[in-house]
Design a protein around this ligand. Structure first.
Ligand code: ARG
Length: 245
């Protein structure tokens, strides 16, 4: 019922804009591609996808007067889905990298993150340098995967989901997992006997991926993010999902 109401509202707003201004073509649907295996940014609560990214995307859609549609897929399919126009934007705790910038545009960053190392509590791995020669679990196609690739003599086990890499760690199949810091905290809290190594691996920035050349949407998304930052709404969303230590 609520969904129907929201769609009607969005639709009327769209019609209003088209007729009201007579020029700007309004987007009625905003399709977000994500991989909902990444708490607290995107994950399932029952059959609903929730989290920081889901709420940021909803707020952006609200700003634009569009209805948000979330499509869950494998992380390494997100960029292709944006490039081919199947999705309007990739919102997935996605780090800006030089490589990805060859294929998509990125919005202004909305979060700072780190790649960290998860190990068993009794592990002898205490710094990133100790990873040489070890077996490392990562989520396929993530920056953790890319960095693990550079580690000397390491064997890399790639999983479709971050928590699968963490399960492999609890089962002793890998020696360590490289993953983003906030999901790392969640996974460690859900599994006994694991800890995050205090020295982080890299610092990175999350942004929204948009099809190259779609400057109209890029500008609207950037405007919406700026507004959310200035109004304090972005921080509010973050605080709802990440409790200060
Ligand atoms: N920040 C990392 C990257 O961009 C991992 C993101 C994983 N996100 C997800 N929704 N599974 O590669």
């Amino acid at each position: 019922m609520k969904k129907v109401f929201v769609s009607i509202l969005a639709l009327s707003l769209g019609v209003l804009t088209v007729f009201g201004t007579g020029c700007t073509k309004k987007q009625t649907e905003l399709i977000m591609a994500t991989n909902a295996e990444f708490p607290p940014y995107e994950y399932y609560d029952g059959d609903k996808i929730v989290g920081i990214d889901a709420e940021i995307a909803q707020a952006i859609a609200d700003e634009m007067g569009a209805t948000l549609v979330i499509e869950d897929m494998q992380f390494d399919s997100i960029l292709a889905s944006v490039q081919t126009g199947k999705a309007d934007m990739g919102v997935a705790g996605m780090t800006i990298t030089e490589d990805r910038l060859q294929n998509v545009d990125f919005s202004i960053p909305y979060a700072t993150a780190m790649q960290v190392i998860i190990v068993p509590e009794d592990s002898d791995i205490t710094t990133p340098d100790d990873l040489a020669g070890k077996t490392i679990g990562v989520q396929l196609g993530t920056t953790g995967d890319i960095y693990a690739d550079d580690i000397e003599d390491a064997t890399i086990e790639r999983y479709n989901k971050g928590f699968e890499a963490v399960s492999a760690l609890t089962q002793g199949k890998v020696d360590a997992v490289i993953i983003d810091n906030e999901p790392a905290k969640v996974f460690v809290s859900q599994n006994e006997g694991l800890k995050v190594v205090s020295e982080e691996f890299t610092i990175e920035e999350y942004a929204i991926a948009i099809k190259k050349g779609n400057t109209d949407l890029l500008n609207q998304v950037n405007d919406a993010i700026s507004k959310l930052q200035e109004s304090g709404k972005l921080q509010e969303i973050v605080d709802k999902y990440i409790k200060a230590e």
